[in-house]
Design a protein around this ligand. Structure first.
Ligand SMILES: [Zn+2]
Length: 251
């Protein structure tokens, strides 16, 4: 049973073991297994993260562990299949092509380059003495993202006569942006990798929440007014979000 895995993680200090959220390590898949028990879950379900391969089993709150294990065992070949389809992470380093505003740029190291910058021929050049290329490219992209997106946010917020209190840029796992009722906007800086029409849609989506704090018909009507082709951009993001999150900047 899962208890067999407990010894693997019990020796590691920071692992979280409680009844409602248990983390095991699967020796078979060489991946973590999380068992999440919640009140509102009626039946067992299984999920494999396409990027990390992490296996999550969602279970009703008080279901016997033997039932969960039976479910897991029955689905082992499906899990194998899913793990085989996991996207291989792309480590950001010299020679890698990385998308910026929807165009691919090659990362090149040049002696003549004194600081990281875009070159005309779809390259990003890096000085020779930089040791952690991924981290430096990340800092460069975050700064570039801010320089591109902050003016768009202020322009569009003026358009809908809304005041922005704070803009922050993060690398959130599941969201591309968020908006609080107090006027704080958060955007995922990875949006600088996607085509401009797509990041413009995300910005408009979050700003529209300043007017309508829901996803009701009036909200979508406002999004449509500000971004007439938004459904195409929304679809693009849904299709490509895992690809954008494949890039690993810090190793
Ligand atoms: Zn929303």
């Amino acid at each position: 049973m899962f208890v067999n895995f407990i010894s693997d993680i019990a020796n590691r200090p920071n692992n979280f073991i409680s009844y409602f959220m248990m983390t095991f390590y699967s020796n078979e898949f060489k991946k973590p297994i999380v068992i999440s028990r919640k009140n509102n879950i009626r039946r067992l379900s299984l999920k494999v993260c396409r990027i990390t391969g992490k296996i999550t089993i969602n279970a009703p709150k008080f279901l016997a562990e033997s039932e969960i294990y039976k479910f897991y065992s029955l689905n082992r070949s499906w899990i194998h299949n899913q793990i085989n389809q996991c996207l291989v992470p792309k480590i950001v380093k010299e020679g890698l092509f990385i998308p910026v505003e929807g165009n691919l740029y090659e990362i090149v190291v040049k002696k003549s380059c004194s600081k990281i910058k875009f070159l005309g021929n779809n390259q990003i050049c890096i000085p020779k003495n930089i040791s952690n290329i991924g981290k430096e490219i990340q800092t460069f992209l975050i700064e570039y993202c801010k320089s591109v997106m902050i003016p768009i946010i202020s322009k569009k917020s003026n358009l809908i006569r809304q005041k922005i209190k704070k803009i922050s840029f993060k690398d959130t796992k599941s969201r591309w942006g968020s908006c609080s009722s107090t006027g704080s906007i958060m955007l995922n800086w990875r949006l600088i990798m996607v085509p401009p029409s797509v990041y413009n849609y995300v910005i408009i989506h979050e700003l529209a929440h300043l007017v309508h704090m829901n996803h009701g018909p009036l909200f979508w009507k406002l999004v449509q007014e500000l971004s007439p082709n938004y459904s195409k951009d929304k679809e693009w993001l849904k299709k490509n979000s895992q690809e954008i999150r494949r890039y690993i900047f810090k190793t």
